[in-house]
Design a protein around this ligand. Structure first.
Ligand SMILES: Cc1cc2nc3c(=O)[nH]c(=O)nc-3n(C[C@H](O)[C@H](O)[C@H](O)COP(=O)(O)OP(=O)(O)OC[C@H]3O[C@@H](n4cnc5c(N)ncnc54)[C@H](O)[C@@H]3O)c2cc1C
Length: 316
């Protein structure tokens, strides 16, 4: 579920930390009160506390290079921001490369980066169904999560075969109006982008395919709530095109499909000086643990020895 690959392609590093976490005695799955947005708020608070600035709706058009070194970024509105220490891209590798177009005069390091990383295999995308439903007379013991595997024989990576359902308002009623529930159902990284690529989002063909490919999600929810379609007050269907557009990920991909034995995640370094990458394209796993670890390791690497020593002195 996290790696985006079947077990035989999942890297040992990921299996190790997931097993260590899940099979601890008395383990529990925690859910943040107020929804996952509260985790984002906490990260933003932490960043601002140390002088960081968050700019939303700020599209980066290009990473600026001076020879073999990254010196800043150019925004879509033409503004440039100079890097004091380094440029760190948290976008996926394919989206990062779009910010560094190759020309004949590009430096060697950039040619190397494209050569090494452009062909990184991508996990498939998602179908999403977000609904808001009437909760009247629903059983009181509905689970927060359930997972449907339609057919074991064809494998968990087969399109339309696995459906993951989350109903967080059973744990935290503040996530829905009184007497209602919110549900998110999705196919976990098994929807082929090729089925959707090039479709006009306003066309009938797109709308028809959307309904067809979402059917399996409805059926997954019906395992626990048979009359869910009659209860719906809000219905939003997301496709790989929605995923690519709103999460701004090339091919609407879940992340790199780097299979065990066939490649390794590249870490934060790039062949260009002062250009680093973090996020799920860089550290084994995909998922928040991998993303958090990649950012933490990079932050540590960019911190001077003196700062490390000061921190150790503070701790002891
Ligand atoms: C349906 C679903 C369920 C999941 N469930 C789990 C789970 O239960 N547990 C778990 O650990 N993980 C889960 N994941 C995976 C997890 O959400 C991702 O691995 C993680 O969010 C990736 O973080 P990231 O920072 O690397 O990339 P992203 O979250 O994609 O962040 C990259 C950011 O870069 C921005 N960006 C891109 N290009 C530009 C540009 N040119 N200018 C400015 N900004 C730009 C994007 O807008 C985006 O905000 C799930 C993912 C999905 C889709």
């Amino acid at each position: 579920m996290l790696s985006g690959l079947p077990a035989n392609g999942t890297l040992t590093a990921e299996i190790a930390f997931m097993f260590a976490d899940w099979y601890r005695p008395d383990v529990q799955l925690d859910y943040p009160k107020g929804g996952v947005g509260t985790l984002v708020d906490a990260l933003v608070r932490g960043m601002q506390k140390y002088g960081g600035e968050l700019r939303l709706n700020t599209h980066i058009q290009e990473i600026i290079l001076d020879g073999e070194s990254a010196t800043g970024v150019r925004l879509a509105n033409g503004e440039t921001i100079q890097a004091k220490r380094a440029v760190v891209s948290g976008a996926s590798i394919w989206d990062t490369l779009k910010l560094l177009p190759l020309t004949e005069r590009s430096p060697k390091g950039l040619h190397q980066l494209h050569k090494d990383r452009q062909a990184t295999p991508a996990c498939p995308s998602f179908m999403h169904l977000h609904i808001g439903i009437e909760a009247l007379d629903l059983p009181k013991d509905l689970p927060c999560h359930w997972l449907v595997v339609n057919e074991w024989g064809i494998g968990v990576e087969a399109p339309q075969n696995v459906v993951a359902v989350s109903m967080p308002s059973v744990l935290d009623p503040s996530l829905a109006p009184t007497g209602k529930h919110v549900i998110h159902a999705y196919t976990p990284a098994t929807e082929p982008f090729e089925l959707w690529s090039g479709l006009d989002r306003k066309s009938d063909a797109y709308h028809q395919l959307k309904q067809e490919r979402a059917e399996v999600l409805w059926q997954g929810i019906e395992r626990y709530i048979p009359d869910v379609r009659n209860r719906c007050e809000v219905t939003l269907i997301g496709t790989p095109l929605t995923h690519a557009r709103f999460l701004r990920r090339a091919f609407g991909s879940y992340g790199p499909a780097i299979a065990a034995g066939q490649g390794i995640f590249p870490s934060a370094n790039t062949p260009l000086s002062r250009l680093y990458c973090c996020g799920d394209s860089t550290f084994p796993g995909i998922g928040l643990p991998a993303v958090a670890a990649s950012g933490q390791i990079l932050a540590n690497s960019l911190t001077s020895l003196k700062q490390h020593q000061n921190m150790l002195n503070d701790i002891f």
